[in-house]
Structure formats: structure tokens, C-alpha cells
Design a protein around this ligand. Structure first.
Ligand code: SF4
Length: 286
């Protein structure tokens, strides 16, 4: 059985830097992360073992130091943290900060702000959190919501599939607005991973998509594989792999979401390489 990893996979620099900032902080025992730093169970456990706490609401925080995750937060939320007497440790990814700046500039220039993304996602809530009026477009069917605005300023959540974003922008252009300004804010690590998984799909028979079961970008990677008609499984680690998934002559691909640590990916790779071909299933796989 041949095993190949996607050329770009796993933890992006933004998430990696945020994890390092938390684990290397001198204030670990007095630190709360606001929201989930990563959607990955192994990393969440590591942080908990170091005594780092987690809270979803500012009012629930009991420590002096508070960390903003790589997904960023609105100025409103940051001010609330400071007004309650906490000290901020800001791990916002610079590529998320870039989106905040881009949309604020467009609002200043008189454009109605539009974000292509998932309305409930913490990054999107941070992007729109300081805006008075805005729309979030999750899919093409949502574009009717912005038909009446003459000047539109559009950005996207950094982890959206770029192909979907461009399709939505085309659909908006067909509405014939007076002026549309679109800033492509899908981040490079996301684009690299999206391209890498497509390349991987063209080579392999089956794909292991490694990442937290609550990680939305891992779920999106699995969707890409499914659309290509490949057998694929979303796993959190070696413990979820079943030998009966594989034929002896399978070429297995591995990809992973942007919050999946490299040691988890490596273990999956090593485990698959070590599978005894003679023990693998040779019948029809359902
Ligand atoms: S996915 Fe992109 S924007 Fe988000 S943390 Fe990673 S590098 Fe930054």
C-alpha cells in the first residue's frame, strides 16, 4: 500500500504561533483563552495540562491574562476585556487583522460591507463586530440580501474555499451594482491546502482527512474529496482508522485541517505505512 501526504497540510503559521504564544507564556497559570484556540482535541488537552483555562464569554473569565485566538476579535470585545481589568495577550493572525483593516477602509470609503463566510464563525463575528451595518453571505442563494445597495465592499473569511468565493462574487456582479470592490482575503495557507488536496485527489484511491471532528476547515477538505468521488474518512488520529477501509493495492492520501498538529499527522502516516498488506481487506468496500 502506497501512502502520500498532501504537499501542504496541517497547522498554518497563524494557529501555530497562537499555540506557541499560549504554551510559552510566562502567565500560563493565570491565563484564559477566549474561545477555542484550535478545533483540535489533542492540542486542547495539551493546553489544559499546562493549566491554561478556556472561556467562551468575557464575563466568565477569572484570570488576570486573557488571550485572543488566531481567529481575532472585534475592538469592542477587546475593550470589554480591558475594561474588566484583564491584560490582553493578542494572538490574532496578521492575515485576519488584514481582513479587519480592509473592510473598515471600505466602509470609510463609502462601501456597504459584505463578508463571504459562515455567519456564526468566530472569525466572521470578529470581522463584523465593530460594524454598524453589514451582510454575511454564506452561499449564492444569500446574494439577494444585498441587491439594493449601490456600492459594495466585499471581503471573505480567510478559510473559505476560494472557488466558492469567486462564484459568489460573480453572482453579485450580475446584480449590476453601481460599484463593487472585492478584496480577496482567503489566506495563502488555506489556498495552498485547497490546491494540495485537489492535486492529492488526482493521484490516490482513498483519503484520510485528519482533524478535530468539530473543525470546519477539516470538514471542508473532506467535502472536496467526496466531490471528486473518492473514498475518504475524517479521523482525529490513528485511533479512528479501521483496517477494513483499505484494499491491499490502495494508494492512500493524507490531508489535514489547519489546526491539526504535525505529530498527529506523522503518527497517521507511520501507522498507514506499517499496515501489513496481507491483513488488508480484499473484498468489496461499502
Ligand atoms: S487559516 Fe490563515 S488566517 Fe487563519 S490563522 Fe491560519 S494563516 Fe491565519
Amino acid at each position: 500500500m502506497q501512502v502520500t501526504k498532501a504537499v501542504a497540510l496541517g497547522t498554518c503559521f497563524g494557529v501555530r504561533d497562537a499555540i506557541d504564544l499560549a504554551l510559552e507564556s510566562e502567565n500560563k497559570k493565570d491565563l484564559t483563552i477566549l474561545g477555542q484556540l484550535v478545533h483540535n482535541p489533542q492540542t486542547v488537552l495539551r493546553l489544559e495540562e499546562q493549566g491554561i483555562r478556556n472561556a467562551n464569554k468575557v464575563e466568565d473569565i477569572e484570570t488576570k491574562y486573557v488571550m485572543i485566538t488566531a481567529h481575532g476579535a472585534s475592538n469592542k470585545v477587546k475593550e470589554e476585556v480591558l475594561n474588566r481589568g484583564h491584560i490582553l495577550e493578542d494572538a490574532s493572525c496578521p492575515l485576519v487583522v488584514r481582513v479587519h483593516k480592509a473592510i473598515k477602509k471600505m466602509v470609510k470609503d463609502g462601501y456597504f460591507p459584505v463578508v463571504i463566510g459562515q455567519e456564526s464563525h468566530v472569525e466572521v463575528r470578529g470581522i463584523v463586530g465593530d460594524l454598524k451595518d453589514y451582510e454575511v453571505i454564506g452561499s449564492i442563494k444569500d446574494v439577494e440580501k444585498i441587491e439594493g445597495y449601490p456600492r459594495l465592499g466585499i471581503v471573505s473569511q480567510t478559510t473559505q474555499p476560494i472557488k466558492n468565493v469567486l462564484k459568489i462574487v460573480e453572482a453579485i456582479k450580475e446584480q449590476k451594482h453601481e460599484d463593487i470592490k472585492f478584496v480577496d482575503t482567503v489566506c495563502k495557507p488555506t489556498k495552498d491546502r485547497q490546491k494540495a488536496v485537489e492535486d492529492l485527489c488526482s493521484k490516490v484511491d482513498i483519503v484520510m482527512v485528519v482533524g478535530g471532528f468539530n473543525s470546519s476547515n477539516t470538514k471542508k477538505l473532506k467535502l472536496v474529496c467526496e466531490k471528486k468521488g473518492l473514498r475518504c474518512h475524517h479521523i482525529e488520529g490513528v485511533q479512528n482508522i479501521k483496517e477494513e477501509w483499505f484494499y491491499a493495492d490502495d494508494h492512500v492520501g493524507i490531508t489535514a485541517g489547519t489546526s491539526t498538529p504535525s505529530d498527529v499527522i506523522e503518527k497517521v502516516y507511520e501507522y498507514l505505512c506499517s499496515l501489513e498488506v496481507s491483513t488488508l481487506f480484499k473484498g468489496t468496500i461499502s
